[in-house]
Design a protein around this ligand. Structure first.
Ligand SMILES: CC(C)(COP(=O)(O)OP(=O)(O)OC[C@H]1O[C@@H](n2cnc3c(N)ncnc32)[C@H](O)[C@@H]1OP(=O)(O)O)[C@@H](O)C(=O)NCCC(=O)NCCS
Length: 186
């Protein structure tokens, strides 16, 4: 198939809805975080590959925080859209909603961002179509993604710096307020 140069956000917008069955629950009776992570990865793949017109792989998942528990019996919907495209990468934004159909209540449990990369038949990253921004929200999300990428790059540089400068020899001083015990002679 010949890929178009550009596709609108609307073209690949995807929703998955799944019933939370008892086998998804943890010992506390709430839904395992891993079940939701798997659904997030699935909807991100569906959305990204539709835009890309190619297989995609997950590179990173950002901002996964579960604000409220999801219950057995809830209907969970994951709304995904492409927020940003680079040359071969895409950022998919996913809003997760849990609905209790009996009580008629809806909880927004989290929003997260998955970076995917499109792969060609040679298994190498391949170019994706540009993104056509048709609404104010499309434009806002694209700008947010550009800024988030810049922040992520900065944080990564700082983390690399922290990792390369950890002073284990000064651990007693550095960790004196922390809840840990060092059981060997430094
Ligand atoms: C992600 C992957 C394709 C990058 O390959 P690479 O040879 O480094 O390719 P490139 O340097 O050309 O990068 C490709 C794109 O990935 C982006 N990228 C690479 N690492 C990234 C990261 N940590 N975070 C965000 N984007 C990243 C690059 O910015 C580039 O995007 P662009 O083309 O839009 O500018 C490669 O590392 C890979 O295949 N990883 C395994 C992914 C996978 O299998 N996931 C499933 C886990 S089971």
């Amino acid at each position: 198939m010949i890929l178009p140069d550009a596709r609108p956000v609307q073209y690949s917008r995807t929703t998955i809805t799944e019933l939370m069955i008892p086998s998804y629950a943890n010992f506390g009776g709430k839904i395992h975080g891993g079940i939701l992570l798997s659904l997030i990865d699935k909807v991100a793949y569906a959305c990204a590959s539709k835009h890309a017109g190619n297989y995609c792989v997950t590179v990173s998942v950002n901002d996964v925080e579960f604000w409220q528990p999801v219950e057995v019996g809830d209907l969970v919907s994951l709304h995904a859209s492409v927020n940003y495209v680079g040359r071969t990468s895409l950022v998919v934004g996913i809003k997760v909603i849990a609905e209790n159909v009996k009580q008629g209540t809806v909880k927004h449990t989290n929003t997260c961002y998955v970076t995917m990369v499109a792969k060609g038949d040679d298994n190498k990253p391949t170019e994706v179509p540009e993104l056509i921004l048709e609404t104010k929200d499309d434009v806002r999300r694209f700008i947010e993604a550009v800024r988030m990428r810049a922040i992520k790059r900065m944080v990564k540089e700082q983390l690399d710096d922290v990792k390369s400068t950890v002073e284990v020899a000064k651990a007693k001083e550095i960790l004196k307020e922390e809840r840990c015990r060092i059981t060997y002679e430094i």
